[in-house]
Write a protein that binds this ligand. Structure first.
Ligand code: PMP
Length: 463
């Protein structure tokens, strides 16, 4: 394959597609179908905009995959990577060594995270972060003479990654079906998805409380002496931007404390400003023992993940001998240097603050005004710069489409054709733009989303 190394050579869209179809297997894709239609080839990006190989300008309503928090094209991050590659492109952090970028990053994370988080373990992704969570949770209990505390409880329709452990922790049945085996000692309870799953006349608060209490029932079923941890995304991202009512997390926290179970917040999407707080658990008002971090940590410019340890967990890990876990690229110097530059932008340019006080409230209000009484919008969930729009056949009766996933795909395709990236999870349409988005760009996203959703309603005969 002589031409394969020439990645910067400009080719026609048709040439790119032919090579892509011939040699590249995409994640979570039906490659037979994709190869027949061809992928969109994204060639460059700036701010909140992408360009494809045909020169179309597309507004990115998803910040890549919920990760490009500072927007595309920030020179500060390019410079940090360039300098670090010249100075020390790699050194490991095994065998009694360390290096300045990982030290600076750890000290900065200790400042940015809530006060009890002062220790960080690094990896390359959210999935590896959750693998690490399992290792830390087990080590935490076994070091204290409680090795039977092994079970980790998570939720159906949660997403925690695609390694075997991440995929098992997640509650996506279609992923479980394709696994040769699952990690043991992982069980699931129901999700707090009011629109889709509440029955009878329960209020959202009553429903969320009942769903949280499933945790207590599960702990009692397994025996608290056998349960290590509960893990959840403060709001479910890939599952459809599902926001639990205010009663949910305080009850989960109460139950974890009562039975001495570690509470893990998977902050891979929620972390680094998405909700207008630095971390989504702060929005929901609870305090986890461990946090999984990735995505916004580097704004996706280079891969990096981390686990943040609460002092009470860190103390046990630090004081009990060797922790037999690590990755070649744990604390990679280039990733760490980019993360430091990224976090400084988020902090010093007051990007997170702006999401909380200005762009977040503006975005949420505009969505709610624009889609008030819309014939196929049943619910708008979200805060800050993340939102989930529920498509529904009869919004007032909370009646979903029988073929919801198809309706979502139809809507997603209308967005695509209108040069807006919006993601569909089943029958929910998702938005999670870069945090640097301006009010004018928010107007553009919402008006393009309105056009696509109107067109979807028309196609369904419901406009
Ligand atoms: N946790 C959550 C909440 C996520 O949304 C994701 C990815 N979307 C992951 C973990 C896995 O992260 P990665 O894809 O970087 O492995």
């Amino acid at each position: 394959a002589p031409a394969s190394g020439e990645t910067r050579q400009a080719r026609s869209t048709a040439q790119y597609r032919a090579l892509d179809a011939a040699h590249h297997i995409h994640p979570f894709s039906d490659m037979g179908t994709l190869n027949r239609t061809g992928s969109r080839v994204i060639t460059k990006a700036k701010g909140v905009y992408l360009w494809d190989s045909d020169g179309n300008q597309i507004i990115d309503g998803m910040a890549g995959l919920w990760c490009v928090n500072v927007g595309y094209g920030r020179k500060e991050l390019a410079d940090a990577a360039y300098q670090q590659i010249q100075e020390l492109p790699f050194y490991n952090t095994f065998f009694k060594t360390t290096h300045p970028p990982v030290i600076e990053l750890s000290a900065l994370l200790a400042e940015i995270t809530p006060a009890p988080f002062n220790h960080f373990f690094y990896c390359n992704s959210g999935s590896e972060g959750n693998d690490t969570v399992l290792r830390i949770a087990h080590r935490f209990w076994s070091a204290q003479g409680k090795p039977s505390k092994k079970y980790v409880i998570s939720r159906k329709n949660g997403y925690h990654g695609s390694t075997i452990a991440g995929g098992t922790l997640g509650g996506m049945g279609y992923m479980h079906e394709q696994m040769p085996s699952k990690v043991e000692h992982i069980v699931h309870i129901d999700q707090p998805y009011f629109f889709g799953e509440a029955e009878g006349n329960l209020t959202p608060e009553e429903f969320a409380l009942a769903r949280a209490q499933q945790l207590e029932a599960k702990i009692l079923e397994l025996g608290a002496e056998n349960v290590a941890a509960f893990i959840g995304e403060p709001f479910q991202g890939a599952g459809g931007v599902i926001f639990p009512a205010s009663t949910y997390w305080p009850e989960i926290q109460r139950i974890c404390r009562k039975y001495d179970i570690l509470l893990v917040a998977d902050e891979v999407i929620g972390g680094f400003g998405r909700t207008g707080e630095w971390f989504a658990h702060q929005h929901f008002g609870f305090e986890p023992d461990l946090m999984t971090l990735a995505k916004g940590l580097t704004s996706g410019y280079v891969p990096m993940g981390a686990v943040a340890l609460h002092d009470r967990v860190a103390k046990v890990i630090v004081e009990n001998g060797e922790f037999n876990h690590g990755l070649t690229y744990s604390g990679h110097p280039v990733a760490a240097a980019v993360a430091v530059a990224n976090l400084k932008l988020l902090r010093d340019e007051k990007i997170v603050e702006r999401v909380k006080t200005d762009t977040g409230p503006y975005f949420q209000k505009l969505l709610r005004e624009t889609f008030a009484n819309h014939p196929i919008i049943g619910e708008i969930a979200g805060t800050g710069l993340v939102a989930g729009l529920q498509l529904a056949e009869d919004p007032k009766a909370r009646k979903r489409f029988a073929n919801g996933g198809d309706v979502g795909t139809i809507c997603r395709d209308f967005c695509f054709n209108g040069n807006l990236i919006m993601r569909a999870t089943g029958d929910r349409m998702l938005l999670s733009p870069p945090l640097v988005i301006t009010r004018g760009e928010i107007d553009e996203i919402v008006s393009k989303a309105k056009k696509a959703i109107d067109a979807t309603a028309q196609q369904m005969g419901l406009s």
